[in-house]
Design a protein around this ligand. Structure first.
Ligand code: ASP
Length: 439
């Protein structure tokens, strides 16, 4: 029997989970919870989903460390590293800014925070609903913009690894890889072989874990569907719709145009190759947890060399968050509208800059951008408690923005590969194409 492609299996699992989750939610009452042999189904979904997420998270630290060290050491001399790093960061900054501007434009055009000509603050009961937020915000990473830079150089690298400070770990790994290239051959070779071997084991473990993705994804989505409640006021629903529209423009127009004209590759073939990663990002709402799968897709399906993907993707999973930056900006402007705040050019500019900077420091975990939104609200003088209203749609919007985050990283890796002279599996054929990618 022909094997069904992984992305179809995952997509099928998501659809099934939505249906099952819907029935579980409708059957749940105050004194009855659908169960199997006495165990509530929601508990089972939670258990299986957590197992899958744990398996993904388990390999993140060794994967990031080994892939960056191998990536940087493999690039070789400082000049090459500078060129690759420069292209990568330039692309990250440009796409993030493009995403923010699309979000800003749509929110300003539709004005979901204004209902029938008056600020919708009262309608949304903005002062209420503050419980629970601080617990969600706590420990999610940045506390202010300067903290991003402080976290980049951790006083203790093991502590950074243990506490999920990926920015610090990445910085250490880049330095480690860079200085490996200064060693004599006698020392450099065994060290490179060691880290390369660790990296290959991590990739094999990823492929093994991916076999369980349909089951894990089913459990995660079914749990969200059986517990979420969508009792949204109209302005919130319009806001959510605006965010989805802006994310769609970025994912289906801006990034494909860049792939086509800057990267000279086939955009939708790239998207098809990356789809298992995007679907996993959708169900886990965590770009960090999705990283192993993103790397696997880019190397196996898109044909990006290991040299590029092992440098660009781990960096992107932490630093490059197109969807998150768009959402932060849209949410802040929406709340400002709802409070009746005058949105001068200066205020909007502040929002854009902080959204750009904080999206770098936001951790790739569920709901992480709430912290960044809190920072923006404080900066423009709005009560931080206002983020409470965003919780209604946060999970579903988080799932979508995380997919866009991962798609943005994938596009960057594909384009950087092309600009570095590689011909991937998605390249547009034509005279003058470089030789097939050696990796
Ligand atoms: N969940 C997002 C991610 O992991 C971050 C966020 O926007 O909350 O990419």
């Amino acid at each position: 029997m022909r094997k069904i492609a992984l992305h179809w299996q995952i997509l099928g699992a998501i659809v099934l989970a939505i249906v099952v989750g819907y029935f579980v939610k409708s059957a749940t009452t105050d004194d009855f919870a659908p169960n199997l042999f006495g165990t509530p189904l929601i508990t089972m979904f939670d258990f299986v989903g957590t197992l899958f997420l744990n398996a993904l998270k388990m390999i993140i630290v060794p994967l990031i460390t080994s892939s960056i060290i191998v990536g940087v050491a493999g690039i070789g001399s400082g000049g090459n590293l500078g060129a690759l790093g420069g292209k990568t960061l330039l692309f990250y900054a440009t796409t993030t800014l493009a995403a923010i501007l699309v979000g800003l434009f749509i929110i300003n055009a539709v004005q979901p925070g204004i209902s029938d000509g008056v600020p919708a603050g009262e309608m949304l009961a903005l002062e209420a609903d503050t419980t629970d937020i601080s617990s969600k915000v706590e420990g999610r990473g940045v506390s202010d913009v300067a903290a991003v830079f402080l976290r980049m150089i951790p006083p203790n690298v093991l502590d950074a690894a243990v506490n999920g400070n990926m920015l610090g770990l990445i910085f250490f790994a880049i330095l480690f890889g860079y200085f490996m290239t200064h060693l004599t051959h006698q020392f450099a070779e065994p060290l490179f072989n060691f880290w390369n071997a660790v990296f290959h084991v991590m990739m094999s473990m990823t492929e093994f874990i991916m076999k369980f993705a349909p089951i894990g994804v089913f459990a995660l989505v079914a749990e969200v569907m059986s517990t979420a409640g969508f009792s949204a006021a109209k302005p919130l629903a319009i806001f959510a719709f605006c965010v989805l529209a802006a994310l769609a423009v970025h994912a289906f127009v801006t990034l494909p145009l860049l792939l086509r004209f800057v990267g000279k590759v086939k955009p939708y073939k790239t998207m098809a190759g990356t789809s298992p990663a995007m679907l996993t990002a959708f169900s886990t709402a965590s770009s960090s947890a999705t990283l192993p799968i993103t790397m696997d897709c880019l190397e196996d399906n898109v044909g990006v060399s290991n040299k590029v993907s092992s440098f660009v993707l781990p960096l992107g999973a932490t630093v490059n968050m197109n969807g998150t930056a768009l959402y932060e900006c849209a949410a802040a402007v929406f709340l400002a509208q709802a409070y009746g705040l005058e949105l001068s050019f200066g205020v909007q500019f502040t929002i854009v800059v902080i959204a750009l900077l904080t999206s770098i420091g936001v951790a790739g975990v569920p709901s992480a951008s709430l912290v960044a939104i809190a920072i923006i609200l404080a900066a423009v003088g709005l009560p931080v408690e206002a983020i409470g209203v965003l919780m209604v749609f946060d999970r579903i919007l988080d799932m979508c923005r995380t997919s866009v985050n991962v798609w943005g990283d994938a596009c960057c890796a594909t384009i950087v590969a092309r600009l570095s002279g590689e011909r991937t599996k998605v390249a547009i054929e034509g005279p003058g194409d470089e030789a097939e990618n050696p990796a």
